[in-house]
Ligand binder design. Structure first.
Ligand SMILES: O=C(O)CCC(=O)C(=O)O
Ligand SMILES: [Fe+2]
Length: 317
């Protein structure tokens, strides 16, 4: 993504006094610079999120919840394996027959709305393996390498193991969905992102403007947990669709839109929004500028499925 400059006065205080609602302001976003960066009062540090234990328990499902509470780590392994086994026996895993439903949301940029892209069994499983892996999210910077930038993004990230059978199955589904594109395009390791109250991801593109070759060409933004207020995915430059039937998955009323412009996709569990990051001629599409809006209450967990084309070349270079 596009990395916002870090303002002077970046906070270093050790103790968090209180959570600060971050004023993510979409009212005047700019597609060129990465948009206005919310200012966080000097001297206040955003929280480091802690794993919610009760939440972790729930993830294993009713059947094994009790076992998990008093078992040694070796038997946890058994439970997890058994759980994977259960998932793999489900008939719709690991092939193109998975029954998702697609609708074109926008032709230019190409945005496709996919319902039921991730099954509830897969969601339970991904959430459970993520619990062990979360760390504060980083924003990629071509200058400094990875860094934690709480003006840009506050969430916890968990990278999924590409060898995991459930992860492979979803990855394969994403490849097939895209018609396999070309032999230079690969699906990146899947990333689970957890946003708690005041978590957000500021306005950005998913591609890296500074690169001359190789780039992130497509994105699936899918939702694993969406029991939150706020937390929608906002595309400030997209026009409202004319048909009101979209209002089940986008914010249509004033309260839900909360003053933001453009489209706000609600975090509908199991759904994915797919989009192309570039025009066919290789230039970045400014229409897909987007943000994960601040979660106001509850929690949102997203699953990012990005595809990387190593043959992409910056036009004119
Ligand atoms: O969480 C969201 O709604 C957006 C996340 C996002 O844009 C990203 O991870 O690149
Ligand atoms: Fe993004």
């Amino acid at each position: 993504g596009v990395v916002a400059p870090i303002p002077d006065g970046c906070t270093t205080g050790e103790d968090l006094v209180r959570r600060v609602p971050v004023p993510l302001d979409a009212r005047n976003p700019s597609p060129v610079t990465g948009g206005p960066v919310p200012q966080i009062p000097v001297g206040v540090r955003l929280p480091v999120f802690r794993v919610h234990k009760t939440y972790a328990m729930g993830m294993l499902g009713r059947g094994i919840k009790k076992e998990r509470m008093d078992v040694s780590s070796s038997s946890i392994g058994t439970i997890v394996r058994r759980y994977i086994g259960d998932i793999r026996r489900k008939p719709n895993q690991g092939n193109g027959d998975f029954e998702y439903k697609v609708q074109i949301f926008s032709r230019d940029p190409l945005i496709i709305y996919i319902r039921n892209f991730v099954s509830s069994e897969e969601i339970d499983y991904l959430l459970q393996v993520s619990e062990e892996k979360y760390e504060p999210s980083k924003v990629y910077s071509s200058f400094d390498g990875n860094l934690i930038d709480d003006k840009m993004r506050v969430s916890d990230s968990a990278w999924m193991d590409p060898k995991d059978p459930v992860v492979r199955s979803i990855t394969q589904r994403a490849r097939e969905f895209q018609g396999w594109r070309n032999k230079n395009t690969t699906v990146e390791p899947l990333l689970v992102q957890r946003y708690q109250v005041d978590g957000f991801y500021n306005y950005h593109f998913d591609w890296d403007e500074s690169r001359a070759d190789g780039n992130r060409v497509t994105t699936f933004m899918s939702y694993l947990v969406g029991n939150c207020t706020g937390g929608g995915t906002n595309f400030p430059f997209l026009p409202q669709p004319s048909d009101g039937r979209w209002c089940d998955v986008i914010e249509c009323d004033e309260e839900g839109r909360d003053g933001y412009q453009g489209i706000i996709f609600k975090p509908v569990v199991g759904s994915a929004i797919f989009w192309e990051n570039f025009h066919p001629n290789g230039t970045g599409h400014t229409g897909v500028y987007h943000a994960g809006l601040p979660v106001k209450s509850g929690m949102k967990v997203g699953l990012n499925i990005w595809s990387w084309d190593s043959a992409w070349i910056k036009p004119g270079s």
